[in-house]
Design a protein around this ligand. Structure first.
Ligand SMILES: [Zn+2]
Length: 256
């Protein structure tokens, strides 16, 4: 009897050793010291087998930014006063494209209300923005004034009494963009201003309109027509957007 008992014990241990050897990932499991299993009557057992659920993480898309190059097509905007005429609509588009490129480099998604020289009504521009629902909207323009020495950058937001939260966000965005564009261009500050302008009034998200310099000023126009100035201005706009979004806790998704 004692001999038989030893044989059974040896057999059990061998089985246990096989179990050790088969355990995956190098993790040894002690099959001889299994925790006690509580026997639950069949009637009380859950109807579905317990399965481990791994929470599904939806792929998060990078924040969308809407860039609106002012004017276009038959609408030329303002123009320079010198002998060689520069039209605002072209400068708005080239600057906007530079802004888009910087924003893409920063990891954002960008949509532009126009990418060529076509006319788009103000209503269409706000419709595009409200349908696409970006985190923010930036309209890009250059300025003019009867006074030929007027110069500098100004940024408009709409003081919306019906939606104070949007209004506050727009003002923060305006200030952030003004700060960064001044840093980059060394231009004169004309400040953040309230402007009753359709594209920033009728849009539902944080929205600003930047006037990047005066085409009516001969000295400022000398700078504006250069790609280097437009690049500096564009980088300032993009960094202003980035700063504002970081403060709002909205960041582009880090790629793996
Ligand atoms: Zn304009």
């Amino acid at each position: 009897m004692i001999f038989l008992y030893h044989v059974i014990l040896l057999l059990l241990m061998t089985t246990a050793n096989v179990a050790y050897a088969q355990s995956s990932n190098g993790v040894k499991k002690n099959y001889l010291r299994k925790p006690q299993t509580l026997m639950i009557p069949a009637s009380l057992q859950p109807r579905t087998s317990p399965v481990m659920t791994i929470p599904y993480k939806a792929p998060v898309e990078a924040p969308l930014i809407l860039i609106d190059p002012g004017h276009g097509g038959d609408d030329y905007g303002t123009n320079s006063s010198g002998i060689s005429k520069y039209h605002e609509k072209y400068l708005n588009l080239s600057t906007s494209e530079l802004v888009r490129n910087f924003l893409l480099q920063f990891g954002y998604r960008v949509f532009m209300t126009r990418t060529d020289d076509t006319f788009i009504s103000l209503e269409e521009r706000t419709n595009i923005a409200n349908q696409r629902n970006p985190v923010l909207f930036v309209s890009i323009h250059y300025n003019s004034a009867p006074n030929p020495i007027a110069e500098g950058i100004e940024v408009f937001y709409y003081r919306d009494d019906r939606n104070k939260a949007r209004s506050n966000k727009s003002k923060l965005l305006a200030q952030s963009i003004l700060d960064k564009t001044l840093q980059r261009t060394q231009a004169k500050s004309r400040g953040v201003k309230h402007g009753n302008l359709a594209v920033i009034r009728e849009t539902n998200m944080a929205a600003i309109l930047i006037e990047g310099g005066f085409m009516s000023s001969a000295s400022e126009m000398e700078k504006i027509k250069k790609v280097s100035y437009q690049k500096s201005l564009a980088l300032g706009i993009a960094q202003g957007i980035q700063d504002y979004l970081n403060k709002q806790g909205i960041t582009p998704v880090a790629s793996k």
